[in-house]
Design a protein around this ligand. Structure first.
Ligand code: MOS
Length: 700
């Protein structure tokens, strides 16, 4: 059974962002900006040790400061109803599990008073030796019961060791990626209001309902008594999916000064210890091939870190389970549990670091086999999912590689490293594949209401992180209702709306869109059967839940892409420039070419940033990120980016969902770093296996 598709009319048009005019005029309200009556301001206190406990608290000077409303520590903070999650059990004990952990907070009449008073609180600690270094030779590495995606830690088929031993060509290389931090333009921000009716949170979040569920449980409230409002979000790369300690601290402070709204906006520096991060990885890849360049063995072994207080298993080798054909294959994931903040999902978790390793190794192997890297990938294209045997719902990696090669001018490339020089610069080009799964997250419902005026209100608690949800869901609703986008009023970003999943795993369009299509079909069917097809005077509404997609069990569903990079490395200084990136993607039907292109350009830019700049540097003596601001944690800016082009191939996938769309938020970052590393190797003959690619690594 395949899903009946919606005839696209609004879908596929490059509609301008519906929220654009409000954003340009400053009329779109972000979390911290809501006008609330007599707000108070919260400033957190953070642990200055990496492990141990708080032994002494002196809040006298802070409390005496004029304008201070409350000073919270573990001695006097409200008790939470649920403390099983040690990361979120804020101020429930004297334990310090990582440096920077919240150990208190000051609430005051102004943000300045709160910050000053926080500096007057004296805390004493009993420190214990901390353990924060991820090394692949640790003897306490373990396999998690499952990865953060629910996938198993390990998979194996055939006999990898024997296949590697007898391979005509083989590769054994280790790649590393550093710790990265989420840096959306809008830092995490909360306004918490505690009244007799419950708790209201104006929040910068990727998923209002997910946050509500967690906060309600922590505070022992029925979920309907917690309302989360978040119509506009200034970016989110995964750190805004789950409730973080800042939300808990703000809600606690609001409970303490009940009636006064409490505002908390994390500073950029606080973002580097409070809202999680992408784990560093150490990845060993072994490949074996026959003398025709056909892979016989693929092994991908990942070591990553997690926190002692909560487990998170990054799934960096999962990409190697479905990218290339080979009869003998193995993937493993091992974790080190450390005295560190909990890692989490960050744009293309798993695939972004994992495909850096796999696609760098594929480039090395192509060279070892004497093959063009595109031809090498095409030779190893699987006809079905190579681990499960399931057919792909659609797979157009080869089309992306060919179309990209044509647009990029790949055929003019001399494959010899160091072949091109231009006035002191070594010039090279590289290619890498990209992939991302088609996820659908559960727990979605949508209400559609039609009034006498023929306007349709579409209600679903979805989120727009700047991605284009407001626009794309309106287009999907218009087509499903067979009306124009002007007839549709979308409502998202509020738990007062029907339940929706978080904006995570590029699943938004799939999950919310499928739900809206179901509600629209139900509405139209019932209008026909009950009202002769016309809305009654009093209006009419239906609510529908997201239907199951039985095809998702039968098919392996993924987006694919091909990323091309030109890199210039200065012969004397090692300075690296990327004048050109070009990506071609196959991601199903494109709902809105304008917002889609934005997503892909953003992903590729973040991939460039990952390749050359981003790197959270931890001081092992103290356990904190040293470069915890945008001056020292360098993110690619306009001047770092040359020409970026994003294209897609037409792809008709009748199985993924009624829209035929696969999701675009993450596939754009996947493979970019490998394409750049491969191009840097082509330019210089130097293979950089450790990100970021800084100039010191390119000097002979
Ligand atoms: Mo994305 S890491 O699922 O926000």
């Amino acid at each position: 059974m395949s899903t009946t598709q919606v005839a696209p009319r609004a879908v596929g048009t490059a509609l301008d962002r519906l929220d654009g005019p409000d954003k340009v005029r400053g009329a779109a309200i972000y979390a911290f900006e809501w006008r609330v009556h007599r707000p108070a301001y919260l400033y957190p206190l953070q642990a200055t040790i990496a492990a141990g406990c708080v032994t002494g608290v002196d809040t006298a000077a802070a409390t005496a400061e004029p304008g201070v409303l409350a000073v919270l520590t573990h001695h006097n903070a409200p008790r939470l109803a649920a403390t099983g999650d040690s990361e979120l059990a804020v101020l429930q004990s004297d334990e310090v599990a990582f440096r920077g952990q919240f150990v208190g907070g000051v609430v005051a009449e102004t943000a300045e008073i709160a910050r000053h008073a926080a500096s007057l609180v004296r805390l004493e600690y009993a420190e214990r030796a901390h353990d924060i270094e991820l090394r692949p030779d640790r003897d306490d590495l373990y396999a998690p019961a499952q990865l953060s995606t629910g996938d198993p830690a390990d998979t194996a088929l055939g006999d990898v060791d024997a296949a590697l031993a007898s391979a005509a060509v083989s590769l054994d290389a280790t790649y590393t990626t550093p710790m990265y931090h989420h840096n959306p333009m809008e830092p995490h921000a909360t306004i918490a209001i505690w009244t007799d009716d419950g708790l209201t949170l104006y929040l910068s979040t990727q998923g209002a309902h997910w946050i509500r569920a967690t906060v309600a449980e922590l505070f022992g409230l029925d979920p309907p008594r917690v309302r989360v409002i978040s119509p506009h979000v200034g970016g989110g790369f995964g750190s805004k999916i789950f409730a973080n300690p800042d939300v808990v601290l703000a809600a606690m402070a609001a409970q303490r000064v009940a009636g006064r709204p409490v505002k908390l906006a994390l500073t950029r520096q606080q973002m580097f210890s409070q809202v999680r991060y992408r784990t560093p990885t150490v990845q060993r890849i072994r490949l074996g091939a026959d003398d025709g360049g056909r892979l016989t063995a693929i092994a991908h072994d990942v070591v990553a870190q997690t926190a002692k207080i909560k487990e998170f298993g990054e799934h960096a080798a999962v990409c190697s389970r479905n990218m290339y054909a080979a009869p003998h294959r193995r993937t493993t994931h091992r974790l080190a549990a450390l005295d560190v903040p909990v890692p989490t999902w960050m744009r293309a978790p798993g695939e972004a670091p994992g495909m850096f390793a796999l696609e760098s190794a594929m480039d090395e192997m192509a060279i070892a086999c004497g093959l063009d890297p595109i031809e090498f990938r095409i030779r190893n294209e699987p006809s079905v999912n190579p681990e499960t045997g399931a057919p792909f719902s659609s797979r157009n990696l080869v089309a992306c590689l060919r179309e990209g090669a044509r647009r990029f001018g790949w055929e003019r490339r001399d494959p010899t490293p160091l072949a091109r020089r231009d006035r002191g610069w070594l010039v090279g080009t590289g290619v890498a594949a990209s992939t991302y799964p088609v996820f659908r997250l559960p727990g979605n419902a949508a209400t559609i209401r039609v009034g006498r005026d023929g306007r349709y209100a579409v209600l679903i608690g979805a989120a727009d992180l700047g991605t284009g949800t407001w626009t794309a869901l309106t287009q999907i609703a218009a087509d499903a209702l067979e009306v124009t986008v002007d007839d549709v009023d979308l409502h998202i970003g509020d738990t007062a709306l029907p339940m929706a999943c978080t904006a995570g795993g590029s699943s938004g369009i799939n999950s919310w869109g499928s739900t809206i299509v179901e509600a629209a079909r139900t509405l139209r069917a019932r209008l026909r059967s009950e009202h002769g097809g016309t809305a009654p005077a009093e209006g009419f509404e239906v609510t529908a839940e997201m239907p199951d997609n039985p095809d998702s069990e039968r098919f392996s569903m993924h987006s694919f892409g091909a990323q091309f990079a030109e890199v210039r490395v200065h012969e004397d200084s090692g300075e690296v420039r990327v004048p050109r990136l070009l990506g071609v993607f196959a991601a199903g039907r494109i709902i809105n070419p304008k917002t889609a292109r934005s997503q892909l350009l953003g992903g590729m830019t973040m991939g460039l940033s990952m390749a050359l700049h981003e790197h959270s540097v931890v001081d092992p003596r103290f356990g904190h990120v040293v470069n915890h601001d945008l001056a020292e944690y360098h993110i690619a800016t306009n001047a770092d980016v040359g020409s970026i082009e994003a294209y897609w191939v037409d792809e008709d996938d009748p199985y993924v969902n009624p829209m035929g769309a696969k999701g675009l938020g993450e596939v754009g970052i996947v493979g970019t770093a490998a394409a750049i590393a491969n191009a840097a190797h082509h330019a210089t003959g130097i293979r950089v296996r450790d990100l970021p690619i800084t100039l010191d690594k390119l000097l002979r």
